[in-house]
Design a protein around this ligand. Structure first.
Ligand code: GLU
Ligand code: MG
Length: 433
């Protein structure tokens, strides 16, 4: 039997979609790619095709990138896949290729600030089924009950070329958190896609099912994706930390952070892009409800993280900021592209980061909030899409048709849910993520 390899793209729905071909064609396909259809970009996470400007017309190529190849050995069934870029028949990056959109955001960061981005995605997921794990938040038994899965997943991540960092039983019911080490540039978003795929594969190999859905139960905690970011200068030295800067942030970090905070409400439609993402983004869930900067505060949407050493060189290397208003309904490439553009915009505008908050912002009135420069983040996907499509600066970061097509895509998702209550919506998303 000829082994097959699957080439995929993480698309606007945050789903990994693609095609398989015989492995012995890989050399050829790395050059020529495989045919891809423009309207595929409008297949939403429920497999409904949204209004598409392309209709039945047009052809594209999905070209595998050899650096992303994953070969996962499971006892009875090896899995082999690779990620790719979507290009036009002339070989130009396609306007809706999420990997290309991230590459262009990273190139802008390099042009404007002379730095590369080092980033890491921290993921939470939940196992389906009744695992009877009451009282096991951060628990050893909760971990031991899934040790086989945890070890298999960490092994597969390492075999795929990433650096497993940690895995634990998280606070929520049947919830786990898994972290891989930081990667440079587009590779961290590739790692995020691969981590989601491998988590699902490992669970499946053990007869279980994992979900990364933003929230399973409106009354419970959500599954966050927290994106840790730091900068390296031309020499590869850390450029995020300054011992004399407020909360240890360098001037570059402060301007970047200020840009992310300023544009956060308008990029949320890309980083928290499901209708139920907004059930998670509420106060007191350790997610993100305001565009606030926190110093080691998990109620902040942007957090200056703790570092664990007294050695100054290593301190500067570990120092990072964490964007917490993302979830796994988002394509990692698209979410990171939006955050990077917002940060670079902050650098271009010469913005200065505010003092980190320490108070409970949910106790402030709207006037008190706005007096201090904070906004309550949008509380529905519709509102988030309105803010996104009305912000000329934000939509200008993307190719001309992007905002219109993306909004139509998301509106079809909203339409699909129109007759459902929140519990039914959570159930629908849990099936697809
Ligand atoms: N589950 C929380 C979220 O939805 C995060 C908890 C934490 O790791 O701080 O983002
Ligand atoms: Mg966590």
């Amino acid at each position: 039997m000829t082994p097959l390899i699957f080439v995929g793209t993480s698309d606007l729905a945050g789903k990994t979609r693609g095609k398989a071909f015989p492995l012995d064609q890989l050399e050829k396909r790395l050059q020529r790619g495989i045919g891809w259809t423009p309207t595929n970009v409008q297949i939403n996470c429920f497999d409904v095709i949204a209004e598409s400007p392309f209709g039945a017309l047009g052809d594209l190529l999905l070209i595998p990138d050899a650096a992303t190849q994953v070969q996962a050995e499971f006892v009875d069934k090896p899995e082999h896949f690779i990620l790719g870029d979507i290009v036009t028949l002339e070989g130009e990056p396609w306007d809706f290729c999420t990997r290309s959109l991230l590459k262009s955001a990273l190139a802008r960061l390099q042009d404007v600030a002379g730095v590369t981005l080092l980033s890491a995605f921290e993921h939470e997921f939940q196992l389906k089924g009744n695992l009877d794990m009451a009282g096991e938040a951060y628990g050893r038994s909760g971990f031991e009950m899934q040790r086989t899965l945890c070890e298999l997943l960490m092994h597969q991540l390492e075999a795929a070329g990433f650096a497993p960092d940690s895995i634990m039983k998280e606070y929520g019911p049947n919830q786990y958190e898994v972290v891989v080490g930081p990667e440079i540039g587009v590779r961290s978003a590739d790692a995020a896609v691969i981590l989601r795929e491998l988590t699902r594969s490992c669970a499946r190999a053990l007869g279980q099912e994992a979900t990364f859905t933003p929230i399973r139960d409106p009354e419970s905690v959500g599954n966050g994706v927290h994106i840790h970011m730091s900068f390296l200068d031309q020499a590869g030295d850390p450029a995020t930390y300054d011992a004399t800067g407020p909360s240890g942030m360098s001037g570059l970090t402060r301007a970047f952070a200020a840009g992310v905070l300023k544009y956060m409400d308008s990029i949320l439609a890309l980083t928290a892009p499901s209708a139920i993402s907004y059930l998670r983004l509420t106060p007191h869930r350790w997610s993100a409800a305001y565009n606030n900067l926190g110093f080691r505060d998990r109620e902040a949407s942007l957090r200056v993280c703790p570092v664990t050493t007294k050695d100054p060189a290593s301190f500067a290397r570990q120092f990072n900021i964490e964007y917490r208003a993302a979830d796994a309904a988002a394509c990692p490439h698209l979410a990171l592209a939006a955050i990077v553009h917002a940060g670079v915009q902050g650098i271009e505008e010469g913005l200065e980061a505010p003092e980190p908050t320490e108070e409970d912002l949910s106790l402030l009135t709207p006037t008190e909030l706005s007096d201090q420069g904070y906004v309550r983040l949008p509380q529905s996907l519709e509102k988030a899409l309105d803010l996104f499509s009305a912000n000329r600066t934000v939509i200008g970061w993307f190719p001309e048709p992007f905002a219109r097509v993306y909004t139509a895509h998301k509106m079809s998702e909203i339409d699909h849910l129109s007759e459902m209550d929140n519990i039914q919506r959570c159930a629908a998303y849990e099936k697809t993520y």
